[in-house]
Design a protein around this ligand. Structure first.
Ligand code: 2U9
Length: 360
């Protein structure tokens, strides 16, 4: 018993003498650790007689609790002392200019900025945002969108194909975000008002095309929406996006497998010393494609074209950003050149809102 008292005195004085938390941890390990003095005593109980074990065991456990209590009390004292010391030494000179913190140092990529601006504009017109997988099934990316297998229009959408999966389904890197609208129509009944932004992939890479680019498509499905509504939505969108009170649009007949009738839309603009101004001028710039959703697509998505109808449009986001913010070269979007990002990037806290103005 006497030696237990000595051990207790020694341990409690070591604990009291521990100058900081790591010194205290050393005492804890030396006493309560696996090979600690008290742990060793406890493991010796096995070799004792039952009576001895009863008395010794109780005495050793009492010692163990006393040491554990002293350790945590000392730890609390040391923590408070450390905090006091920090508070004392760390003086905050509030007169100093604000150091550029992370947010100020970083930049929002123009693509993300434009996506946020589009979300703001269309949310204001009652649209929700739908997203889907970049790796799509051939069925959702093509077949359900009225591109029957071996349809020539598939060549315009040449992309990256995966080997058929276990169910024999061929997967592709999506060539447009239209499969997201298909998934939306299969998942929810009309009325539907969604925009679908995201990455899209096609096998062309040149001055004005990159293998990965960004699109936003829109879809309205209900019992009565028609081309007049589409025209209004596109005008409101482009006025808000280019922050100009008026835009002049020109609709030209076109062809897409998933819309009938299909149109290309040009926006009137002026080009002066390399700069493009919208809402004025005598020049036209093709900006997007659109049309009434093809009845085959409605049927493929379980909607009766006798009851439901709607329209859709698609626009390249990279190109929109270049038009609005004047970047000359598409490929720079993907080169992660910090100088380019610092120049064309947006401050994180300047979140675009219709109220405060989209572009900072
Ligand atoms: C469904 C039905 C119809 C989406 C549409 C376009 C026209 C279009 C291009 C714009 C620039 C692709 O990135 S781009 O080259 N897209 O012109 N997209 S109509 O039509 C749909 C989509 C989904 C269910």
């Amino acid at each position: 018993m006497a030696d237990l008292e000595d051990l207790k005195t020694a341990l409690l004085s070591d604990i009291a003498a521990a100058a900081d938390e790591s010194a205290l941890e050393a005492v804890r390990v030396a006493s309560l650790g696996k090979k600690g003095s008290i742990s060793t005593l406890l493991s010796g109980l096995g070799k004792m007689s039952p009576d001895e074990r009863k008395t010794e065991g109780a005495a050793i456990n009492t010692l163990k609790e006393a040491v554990a209590a002293a350790l945590s009390a000392r730890r609390g004292v040391l923590k408070d002392a450390a905090l006091e010391a920090r508070l004392a030494n760390e003086t905050l000179d509030v007169t100093l200019p604000v150091r550029p913190h992370g947010a100020a140092a970083g930049r929002i990529h123009p693509i993300s900025q434009v996506m946020d601006e589009l979300a703001e504009i269309f949310a204001d017109m009652g649209f929700s945002i739908a997203e889907g997988p970049d790796i799509e099934t051939d069925d959702y990316n093509f077949t359900k969108l009225n591109f029957p297998p071996d349809h020539p229009a598939r060549d315009m959408h040449d992309t990256f194909f995966f080997h058929p999966d276990k169910q024999g389904r061929r997967k592709v890197l999506r060539t447009h975000t239209s499969p997201v609208q298909v998934r939306t129509m299969l998942a929810q009944k009309p009325p539907i008002r969604v925009i679908c932004p995201g990455r899209t992939y096609r096998c062309d890479s040149d001055q004005t095309h990159t293998p990965m680019f960004h699109q936003v498509e829109g879809l309205v499905i209900d019992r009565s929406s028609n081309l007049g509504h589409l025209k209004w939505i596109l005008e409101e969108f482009l006025k808000a996006f280019f922050e100009t009170p008026t835009v002049n649009l020109r609709f030209r007949p076109s062809y897409f497998p998933f819309t009938e009738p299909s149109m290309e839309v040009d926006v009137q603009c002026s080009r002066k010393d390399g700069e493009i101004r919208f809402g004025e001028g005598s020049d036209w710039l093709e900006i997007l494609g659109c049309g009434m959703v093809h009845s085959n697509v409605l049927r493929n998505c379980g909607l009766d074209p006798e009851i439901y109808q709607g329209f859709a449009w698609g626009i390249g986001i990279d190109r929109l950003a270049m038009l609005k913010y004047g970047m000359p070269d598409l490929r720079a979007f993907f080169e992660a050149d910090v100088r380019w990002l610092k120049h064309y990037g947006f401050r994180p806290l300047d979140f675009p809102s219709l109220a405060s103005g989209l572009s900072p």
